[in-house]
Write a protein that binds this ligand. Sequence first.
Ligand code: UD1
Ligand code: CA
Length: 469
Amino acid sequence: MPLTAIVLAAGEGTRMKSRHPKVMHKLLDRPLVGWTVDCARRAGCDRIIVVVGHGAQEVRDYMGTFDDVEFVEQPQQLGTGHAVRCVFDALYSGSNPLNIQGNFIVLYGDSPLVRPQTISWLATTSAARKDSCTVLTMTPPDPTGYGRIYSEDGQVKAIIEHKDCTAAQQEALRECNSGIYCFEGTALAEGITQLSNNNAQGEYYLTDMIAWLNSRGSAVSAVHCEEYTELLGVNSRVQLASANKIMQQRINQQHMEQGVTMLDPATVWIGPDVIIGQDTEILPHTLIFGHTTVGTDCVLGPNTRLINAKVGNNCLVDETIIVDSTIDNHVTCGPRAYLRGGTHLKDGAKAGTHVELKNSVVGKGSKVPHLSYLGDTTMGSGVNIGGGSITCNYDGVHKNKTTIGNNAFIGSDTMMVAPVHIGEGAVTGASSCIYEDVPAGALGIERSPQVIKEGYAAARQQRLEKGNK
Ligand code: UD1
Ligand code: CA
């Protein structure tokens, strides 16, 4: 039996106070809707349909990177029931509801914390019970805003939205609707056309499916998720911050269980696609996002940011930013290095203090220890770049390349005006502006002669004091 996921992501999310659709707000480095879709995929759903509406283009642009997702447009946001109806109108119109195959998992795009295991558990339980609908429920300490579960003898009779509850119901009914359900396809297809919008918000509520199923004697039950934090909905920025905190703790705990040390996990932020090897230690205020992989026995941080970085084994990355770049094994970075896109530090290389590297290769054992900027540079192994040296790689129009051969020695404060080549084993004199190639083994020096003026300082002092009188 096929399992289809319908992800509702058309709402505006007024409470976010945002120009972007709610589901595009990020939990760690991934939009909310991305989490829900990823969860449906991991739970084994065969087909994933995302309902878009408010800010549809923004959601489509992001989701378009996944080729296993289909979109249905909900032109007007008339409620969660209407959103599901749009799916059946668009994809199953003309089909006899009785021919609709398999079960449907409905998830809301604003509930990013749910685990795939919970969804597959809901799906298998629902199939085993032969329910027309199984509702995933929770009992949060504060049920404000959630629909309440009204059940008798294990049969869920109705879900009553918070705003439609009487004061007594708000007090008495503590079990809440998570917004995740498993529906039997034919029952959903039929019932979804029967909903009305006669309620406090004037919306077509998906939750009214429950009462409709009861009216025709169908089985509806609940599965209760003990860990209510999995099912928290994000409706405001405050809830988004809480959800971020929960996901941060969950991810950090997984890494620690796999052998990663964290001195202060509360200040370490790691995205969902990051891989970190054993015995790596992460110091406070470190953020690791994107498709970053880190090897074993590294020390990262404090104050470090890695985005789409590839870090080998035994690296030291201290107060450093690495973006879209690779460092191999036994590499040292920082404090305060900035490795920008396309940089590659090979084994044993070093990018030291206040060093910025962009689109550059630093060969094996080569060192850029202090206060340098190298852009569009390829250097061999065993090179030493003296403090303060920079490449002048940009002429205002073109980015030009600098190449430095093995074992070259670049004197402090060398300007390398690209395009320029410094040969193997060559030396440049400190403070030289090198604008022509330096052959292998040669010295390139560009420096005006030094002048000595004996007794200058005292004479100057006298001159200045006279001037004051
Ligand atoms: C909903 C449930 C409530 C449940 C809670 C769990 C209904 C009527 N209520 O309330 O029982 O406890 O979630 O978090 O279902 N959406 C659309 N189109 C629309 C309206 C909403 O796609 O026309 C999407 C939103 O983008 C959002 C999701 O559906 O992702 C839920 O909508 P929201 O308005 O946040 O519902 P809640 O009031 O939170
Ligand atoms: Ca919600």
